[in-house]
Design a protein around this ligand. Sequence first.
Ligand code: IVH
Length: 675
Amino acid sequence: MKNTKISPDVKKRVEKLRETIRHHDKKYYGEAQPEISDFEYDRLYRELKDMEEEYPSLKTKDSPTQKVGESTSKHFKTVAHRVPMLSLDNTYSLEELKEFDERVQKGLGGEKYQYVCELKIDGVSIELVYLKGELAHAITRGDGEKGDDVLENVRNIPGLPAKLKGQGIPDRVEIRGEVFFTAKDFEAVNEDRENRELPLFANPRNTASGTLKTIDPNEAAKKPLHILLYYVFSPGKLPFGTQEESLEWLKKMGFPEDKHYRLCRNIGQVHDYCGEHEKKRGQIGFDCDGVVLKIDDFKQRERLGETSKIPRWAIAFKFAAQKAETTLKVIILQVGRTGAITPVAELEPVLLEGTTVSRATLHNEDEIARKDLRVGDRVIVEKGGMVIPKVLQSLPEKRKGNEKVFKMPSVCPVCDSKLEREEGEAAWRCENAACEAQVERRIEHFCARDAMDIRGAGPAVVKQLLDEKLIRDYADLYTLKQSDVADLERKAEKSAQNLIGQIEESRKRTLGRLLFGLGIRHVGVHVAEILATRYKDLWAVSEASEEELTAIDGIGPIVAHSIVAFFAKAANVKILKKIEKGGVNVKRLKEEEPSGEQPFLGKTFVFTGELKGYSRKEGEDLVKKLGAKAAGSVSKLTSYVVAGEAAGSKLKKAKELGVEILDEAGFEKIVKKYK
Ligand code: IVH
C-alpha cells in the first residue's frame, strides 16, 4: 500500500504525539516543571519515532524528533553552539544495547574498538567555552543550536577552573557536561524554600535548572551547584585522541572528577558495568538515571558520524524504576469525577528517583487486600517511571502488631451516600451525581488542558467558584460575568487573571474537546475525537443508538452503553442546553471533518484465512481507513467475511449466519476504486 494512503487516524495520532511532546518539552526545558516522568516521555517519543519510520511521508522538519527541546530565556544572552548540542539515543533494554553494538561493529567494518562507560548524570547539560584559556561562556543546551549564556550563575561552582593552565592550550576549547544538585543539597534547598513559603522544586534536576536560570547571580552563588564534564573538543588541537585521555586531561586541568567511568573492551563488559551501577545507584550521592556508553577513539567516532539529532557512536542505557522503603501512614479516600472511590496511601516522605514521594495511589480495595497492605506497615514504593509512584508490597516481617487492616467504608467520605460496587468492577462508587466532590472534579476535568483548556480555572479557582456559589456545574462558567470574578481574580494566583477572557476563548473549542470535557465515563480524548469525526454536532451524538455507536471502529459496547446512558439523563441534557445557550460551540469544526472517502462507514469486516495480496493487518487497515470496523470474530453484526486460502471456523460460522462472504477477488473488486 502506498504511503500517500495513510489513514487519518495515523495522521491524527502523529500530530497528537507531536503536540503532547512539544507541551512536555516546554514544561521540562522552558519551565523546569515537568508533568510526566522521563520514562513516560521516552515512551511517547519512541512511539512517534516508530510511526515516522513506518510512514516516512509523515516526517516533518519541525517534528520534535528532529530537534532538541528547550527554549531560550529573554533574561540571558543567546549564544550559538559552534557544534550543535546533540541529544543521545536511549534504551531501557540490554538487548537493544547489543543491537547498538552490532551497528557499531558493522559501521567500523570489523575493526577493533572499545567503549568508555560513564554514569548518566541526571542534571542540566551545559557547554563551557574557554577562549584563550579563560572561561568566557557557559551555554545551556537551548534548542541544540543556541542557548542561554548563564556564565555568571556558573562561575562560582566549586572546582570549576576560571583558567586552563599549561602549555599549548588552544584559543578555543569547548567542554560539555552536566550541572546538578546532590540529593542531600536538594532536600536542604527545598526545606529552606518551604520555610520561606516559596514553591518547592520537584526534583534535583529542576533545582539545578532553576538555579542556572536565576536572574541574580548572587542568589545562584548561594546554591550548592556541582558540575561534571564529559566531552571536550577543540578538534585536532588537544593532546589526546580518546575519551579516556580527555577525562584524564580534564582532571589535570583541575575539573572535578567522576571516578565511576570505566574502559570496556566488549559489550559484555558494558552489560556488567550497567548492572553493577544500577545496583549502586542509590549510593552515588547524585542522581544518575543510567549509563552512557561512548566509543573511546575519536577517529572512530568521526567515521561512525551522526544523524541530525543523535550521534551513532554513543547511546544511553537508562535504569529501571527505583525502589525505596517507607511507612504507610494513612489511607485516604479520593472521590473521582465519575464517583469512583480511590484509596490513596499517605507515606512517610522518601526520596525516589530524585523526587520526594509522600503519596501513592492504591487503586482499589482488592489491590490493598491482594498486597496485604495495612495502615502503619513498612512498605516498598517504586517509581515505575510514572509521576505517580506505586506501593509495591508490604513488609509483614517488620510488623509490630499495631498495624490496621483497611476496611472500605459503606458511605461516601464526602456526601455520605451509600457506596455501590457493580459486579465485575473493582471500584466502589458514590452514585450521587450531585456529590460535591464529583461536581468539583467534573468541572476541573471540563477545564483541563485536553478538554476546554481554561488554564485559569485550575483546581484552586474551581473550588473558590463553587464555595462562593458562583457556579454549580460546568455550564455555569458561561454565565460568569467580570463582576463575579473580579474579587476572586484579585485573591487568586496569577493564573486566574483574565479568567473571563479565557472562558470566552473556550467557547470556540472543537466538538472533540467538548465531548471529552463532558466527562462521560469511558470517553477519553481518542473516543471523543472519533465521535467528533463521525457526528456533525453534539445533538447528533446524543441521538446515536448503542448499536450505531458500536459499529464505529474504536468504540466498543461498554463505551457505547456509557455514551447512551449519559445522554439519557435529563439532568445532563439540561446542562448541555445551558452550555449551548452560553455560546459554546457544539458543532463539528472543519478540521474535525473526516478526511478521504468513508464508503464503508458502519460496516464490519472479518478477515480469515490467507490472502495473497494483503497481510491481515493490511486488509484491516484498509477497511478501517474507508470507515469500516475490523473485528476478530463473526457475528450477526458482521457485514462481510473476507475469506482467503485455508479459511476455517470463521468461514463456517459466516455461512451458518448467512453473512456475506467475499473471496480475495471479490474484496479487491469492492475496494479497488478507493485504493
Ligand atoms: S555524552 C554527543 N555523557 O544526557 C553526546 N551525556 O540523554 C554528548 N548526560 O545530552 C552527551 N551524563 O545532557 C554524555 N556522562 C554523560 C552524561 C550525559 C548525562 C546527559 C547529557 C546528554 C543527555 C542525553
